[in-house]
Design a protein. Sequence first.
Length: 221
Amino acid sequence: MDRVHRQDGVHLLTRTVAPGVALGGLIIGIGLALKGPLDGISHGEEAVNRGLAGDRSGTWNAITAVWSQIGNTAGVIAVCIVVSSLLLWRTRRLHLALVAPVAIALQGLIFVIAAKVVDRDRPQVDRLDPSPPTASYPSGHVGASTGLYFAFALLALGIENQWLRWTTVILCLAMPSLVAFSRVYRGMHHLTDVGAGALNGAICALLAYGWYRTCTRTSRR
């Protein structure tokens, strides 16, 4: 099994955490703009939420309830622990197994701070889920599911079997898309909320993956 060295921690701070701080600033800036000079976008988004709410059906309510749970905090953490543990067991590569945990931890920190600072109201429609104590922007469900499954998609690019590789990648990319649709459909978020969540999760996954690649190159020298 590979080991984590002090230099790996330095790389984590400089190549993952530091860019993550900049990402957090960007997401907060977009959120504040949506409550200020870009407030007109928020009003336009309400029409999308009202349209989806007006077309709800029992079947789609049940389907989106399942999709929404993909991004639930407990579910994301459970999947991350199980898959990362399997990766560590199969590959004996600790850095690789830490990609997804680093990604969801970083996006989670950015999400909590951004939600507190921006404090955006949820859409003015009937909501199908209990409202968590956090605000509407950015979407935590979408951020967490994107961070987790996009990280897995990046790692899946290393699978040798082409059919298995691209099937895994497509399935991993589909998961947060289902979460995003369900959260808007169920009245929990605006479109820009899920967009910001996806941006947060995707970039955090890229940063975590970049850290892994840097550590791998360093260990080979």
